[in-house]
Design a protein around this ligand. Sequence first.
Ligand SMILES: Nc1ncnc2c1ncn2[C@@H]1O[C@H](COP(=O)(O)OP(=O)(O)OP(=O)(O)O)[C@@H](O)[C@H]1O
Ligand SMILES: [Mg+2]
Length: 437
Amino acid sequence: MPNPFFEVSGKSELLTGDLASLGGSFIPENFPHREVQIEKIVSILGSIMRDTRPSNIIIYGKTGSGKTSATRYVSRMLSEAAGSKVKVVYVNCQIFDSPYSILVEMANSFSRSTDENIPELGLPLDRIYNELMSRVNSFNRFLIVILDEIDKLVLKNGGDALYSILKTTDDTYGGKTSIIGITNDTGFQESLDARVKSRLNQESILFTPYNASELKDILNYRIKGVVRDGAIEDSAINLCAAIGAQEHGDARKAIDLLRISIEVAIRGKKGKVTDAEVYSARDKFEMDVLKEAVTTLPMQSKLVLLSAVVTQEIDSSLMVTGELYENYRSICTELGFQALTPRRISDIISELEDFGLISSSVKSMGRYGRTRIIQVMGSLESVRKYLLEDEDLSMFRGGKITRQYRFVTDPKDQQKARSEDLMQKLDDLRESVPDDH
Ligand SMILES: Nc1ncnc2c1ncn2[C@@H]1O[C@H](COP(=O)(O)OP(=O)(O)OP(=O)(O)O)[C@@H](O)[C@H]1O
Ligand SMILES: [Mg+2]
């Protein structure tokens, strides 16, 4: 039989190279449509070649606009050209999210072996700082620190967190340190105080969102040497580019979509990637994103979202905060959780909205005042399924959930709601009576 493992491993007649090179961590050898930004970074860091400390840089732009990969690409070229004259330290501030852990990471980048590493906990900040400074000074060369997702550091610790790191760029007499901050939050600088802002933002570079035609060039470039010529229909590439462009010009989305489309075609033993594979890849992709968003929520947010789902299942036209709260309390009682206050639930609703899991709008309810109307985004069935994957929620049966009629204003509708409620209660009763009665 033909070896089935070749198909699983991605070896297919569609491929001429490794599909992994379309994965997120792969850094390509070229960045079409980022020439201007790359040239600007090169011209700033180029001062190292003339033995002058480069300015600090802030790089900003929407998600998937190539900030991280283009910066890493340039820093790799710099290391290649400047050799031992420069050390580049890359820190993702989502992972190293305190000034302490960043200073430790910077200091440890000078260790020749793990024996020289500073412990991650246990030393006071000024000891870490002094150790770092002595290492930098005796290094006596250029240190470039890339702080990716720098907004996360500020969000978690406030602007002062940056101050202690930026101070390292002043205090180095022997070594010369520069910071490159990367962010997709254009507003984050607003929260910084003037002394931090002016030090960090000596140069700023904007990564503009890609349009569909730029994304098409990027996709065509990225599949070279990976996919057999002609194996992907032009229209399928255009479709991935168009979808990426709709998502604020996101190259990551366009590339992921194309990679999943190729995987779909391989698994379906198709000779070509067409629009159909892109559409099914998009569905799969959106499902994956939704699943990730739902399953990683904290427990109380899951309970609120579950309440939103069941409330909307009962009546899709009208879901208001009060109704959602009542059902949330019933769910908490059923599953043995302590219910939070309406105030906290209102915060959680706003958080769920930020995650794009629900949408809400304020509506006037006549003499009942104004209220927030809530709608779950995505398929109710999928959201419910992902929520109930949580062991602590898997026992949810919804026996105590009923329609609330406090917000139904028309008396006829109230009557209808009450009789529907009664029917539901009767159904529940019937279900709870054993068959042989
Ligand atoms: N011009 C380009 N040419 C080739 N590939 C690109 C280009 N721009 C982006 N990519 C690819 O798109 C993906 C996303 O890019 P990257 O991770 O650099 O985005 P980002 O701006 O850092 O996004 P985020 O703000 O979400 O961190 C990466 O796989 C990257 O290699
Ligand atoms: Mg990035």
